[in-house]
Ligand binder design. Structure first.
Ligand SMILES: [Zn+2]
Length: 130
């Protein structure tokens, strides 16, 4: 099942095995920057387990766009990098509306997304705002 609701980003449910190597391109870099700068949204009981076994956190993440904000999952980077062929075009289009500095995902972000630790900021993007 795939949710492409306008306020949600990358709430998808891949069915296929993990694609390797990871796809690191403009979409993945933008999503990584956005998720690092995200605010925590609501939490819910349980986690989402991807078809490959990767598990989400039990939190929503609020990311900035040029039109406001979207709600996304901690697995958003993982989906773009490792399940790209299952990501709908409409979701890819939303990614390019994110307002964030591009950032290269580390191994943990590719595998698990972002941990739910609001008070501890993620390392700032050292590439600057160029
Ligand atoms: Zn997966």
């Amino acid at each position: 099942m795939i949710s492409t609701a306008a306020r949600r980003l990358l709430f998808i449910h891949p069915m296929d095995p993990l694609e390797s190597p990871a796809v690191i391109d403009a979409y993945t870099l933008r999503m990584t920057g956005a998720l690092r700068a995200a605010r925590l949204g609501d939490s819910w009981r349980g986690v989402h387990t991807c078809s490959c076994g990767a598990r989400s956190t039990s939190w929503d993440y609020l990311v900035r766009t040029d039109k406001g904000q979207l709600i996304t999952s901690s697995l958003a980077i993982h989906y773009l990098a490792h399940h790209r062929h299952e990501v709908p075009e409409a979701e890819l289009a939303k990614v390019m509306h994110l307002v964030a500095n591009d950032a290269t995902p580390d191994a943990k972000e590719l595998a698990f997304g972002r941990p739910p630790v609001a008070p501890i900021p993620f390392p700032p993007d050292r590439r600057g705002a160029d």
